[in-house]
Design a protein around this ligand. Structure first.
Ligand code: ITT
Length: 193
């Protein structure tokens, strides 16, 4: 059975990957299965950071590796928090990040934003492949919903009247930046076999 290492320690994200890759006959591992230590994400773009994570994993395994980096770009905030989405606020929790985002958006008329996911896939032979997905939407005026993670309670996708946190995982996967990016990755993986 093909082995795939998802270069994340984020449990929610791993769960999203597991559901997206469910129909492929693959064995999924994550950073929790390896002793790699802290990987410093020093890149300037989402893809740079995904590649840094993937190459760190490549040092310890020749299995197929999928690393992603995602984040939220808010246009009225000069595309912040961007690659710093996880550590936007000092406490760096989902709740404190969302609180800070609401504060920064209080005076902004333009509430448009997008989620971005970039994936770096390194195959067993060491070839590096790049994939991207995005989801456009708006920053809501208060947190709504309990599903998902991160900024989901504040993000209303274009064409919707509810936040990502008010959608279950299946509904979110259909439209999300990660779902879109992963479907491109899936098509690539299916072509490999
Ligand atoms: P790993 O680096 O271990 O994969 P992470 O939490 O840092 O986990 P990302 O770098 O991909 O994950 O994402 C950075 C932050 O962007 C994440 O902590 C969230 O705050 C936000 N984010 C990313 N994808 C999101 C999503 O689907 N919904 C809500 N927020 C998201």
């Amino acid at each position: 059975m093909k082995q795939i290492v998802i270069a994340t320690a984020n449990a929610h994200k791993l769960q999203e990957y597991q559901s997206l890759l469910e129909h492929l006959k693959v064995e999924i591992f994550s950073l929790r299965d390896f002793d790699i230590g802290y990987i410093e994400e020093t890149g300037e773009t989402f893809f740079d950071n995904a590649k840094i994570k993937a190459l760190a994993v490549r040092k310890v395994t020749n299995s197929l590796i999928i690393a992603d980096d995602s984040g939220l770009e808010v246009f009225a905030l000069d595309n912040k928090p961007g690659i710093h989405s996880r550590r936007f606020s000092k406490a760096a929790t989902d709740a404190s990040n969302n609180k800070l985002l609401l504060e920064k958006m209080a005076s902004k008329a333009d509430r448009s934003a997008r989620f971005v996911t970039a994936v770096c896939l390194i195959d067993e032979a060491g070839n590096i492949n790049r994939f991207e997905g995005e989801l456009h939407g708006y920053i809501h005026t208060a947190c709504e919903g309990t599903h998902g993670f991160g900024y989901d309670p504040l993000f209303i996708p274009v064409g919707y009247t509810k936040t990502l946190a008010e959608m279950d995982q299946t509904e979110k996967n259909k439209i999300s930046h990660r779902g879109r990016c992963l479907r491109k990755v899936l098509a690539f993986l299916e072509d490999l076999d």
